[in-house]
Design a protein around this ligand. Structure first.
Ligand SMILES: Nc1ncnc2c1ncn2[C@@H]1O[C@H](COP(=O)(O)OP(=O)(O)O)[C@@H](O)[C@H]1O
Ligand SMILES: [Mg+2]
Length: 348
């Protein structure tokens, strides 16, 4: 005897032609001590149709069950189900974010994440409220670079929406898909799969009040980038490159991505990373390993300002690996990021 099948005969007169099973009103149905007990859930306390539905349910059971079966129908009042399954990603969490800026590069390995993390810290040191979303779902490096690996962001539910609380360290709010790589996936991936993890890392985060939200874009210039730039209200971007001439065509793609007429976002300028090599022991020396003036020539070629030149120094690399970014220090390499921060802030 299929109780649910029987209960499907009971139609709620006020709610279209829907029955109590599809309306989710059947809290439980089963046999208790030889008696068939059904519990109906109502969302409103004084439901005018309560008596009717209890009676109709009883009648349906008596009609369909073997004669003499004892039947009991009880009711409970329950708060309306929260819309957990319907995770709507909207721009609400970005409403108090003043400037959303992408940190992009034509290809990987040019130091995009290093620049993004240090720029975020430098902006925070300059007194701005800063967040950074690591949108590099393929190789999230923010947790390692900021020494926040292994931390798991908290979640809160606000007005039926699940939100992620960013990790705060060094005065910056960090969010990365890397925090969910091993555990807690259910939390993040719940909801329509159409919402990519990427957008969740930006739209489902309780950023609060921010002056700058930097987005560490995934390397490359594919479809995912276009859709990211289109759907997130990014004001503009900075492009990270190295001085080699071979990087020119990659930068071209990066620039096109934002200047493309369907997208049409500002590019604040080019950041030349690894502009020269400076040995730790000789901070005044510059060795132009990849040629001199590449960044400036590139900037001129695209009609963009050269926002900063970041030297190749061992400490930048080491501090990235140890989770204490260079921009925190008072060494000369920190200065490069601090001046980048002020150049960007005034460009914006
Ligand atoms: N200016 C720099 N000086 C020294 N090492 C750097 C510098 N910029 C980046 N690196 C190192 O280069 C590697 C790649 O940088 P990363 O920021 O991860 O690049 P991307 O995000 O573009 O793939 C990292 O090991 C990083 O520490
Ligand atoms: Mg990276």
């Amino acid at each position: 005897m299929d109780l649910l099948k029987i209960l499907e005969e009971v139609v709620h007169p006020a709610l279209g032609e829907k029955n109590i099973v599809e309306l989710g009103m059947v809290e439980s149905a089963g046999e208790v001590d030889g008696k068939v007990v059904v519990v109906l859930a109502f969302t409103k306390k004084p439901d005018p149709l309560k008596e009717y539905l209890v009676g109709a349910t009883k009648a349906a059971l008596i009609r369909n069950l073997p004669e003499g079966t004892e039947v009991e129908v009880n009711t409970v009042v329950k708060a309306p189900a929260r819309k957990m399954e319907k995770l709507e990603l909207d721009l609400e969490q970005l409403s108090c974010v003043r400037h959303i800026i992408g940190v992009a590069s034509g290809k990987g390995g040019v130091g995009k994440s290093t620049v993004a993390v240090n720029l975020a810290i430098a902006l925070a040191r300059a007194g701005y409220k800063v967040g950074l979303a690591d949108a590099d779902v393929y190789g999230p490096s923010v947790p390692l670079m900021t020494g926040t690996e292994g931390e798991v962001p908290d979640a809160v539910n606000e007005d039926g929406k699940d939100l992620i609380i960013p990790i705060e360290k060094y005065g910056v709010k960090w969010m990365s898909v890397g925090y969910f790589a091993k555990r807690g996936q259910a939390l993040i991936w719940r909801g329509p799969m159409a919402c990519s993890a990427l957008k969740q890392m930006i739209l489902q985060v309780k950023w609060g009040d921010l002056d700058f939200l930097l987005v560490d874009m995934p390397p490359g210039t594919g479809d995912i980038h276009i859709s990211l730039v289109q759907e997130i209200p990014m004001e503009g971007a900075v492009i990270v490159t190295t001085p080699q001439a071979v990087a020119l065509s990659d930068v071209e793609k990066g620039v096109d991505m934002f200047r493309n007429k369907n997208i049409n976002r500002k590019i604040y300028g080019i950041i030349e990373n690894m502009a020269w090599f400076t040995p730790e022991a000789h901070p005044d020396e510059k060795y132009f390993l990849f040629g001199k003036g590449g960044g400036a020539a590139m900037a001129e070629h695209f009609g963009l300002p050269l926002l900063a030149q970041i030297p190749l120094v061992q400490s930048i690399c080491e501090s990235g690996d140890s989770g204490e970014p260079a921009a925190l220090s008072s060494r000369p390499d920190a200065l490069a990021f601090l001046s980048l921060a002020s150049a960007l802030a005034s460009a914006v």
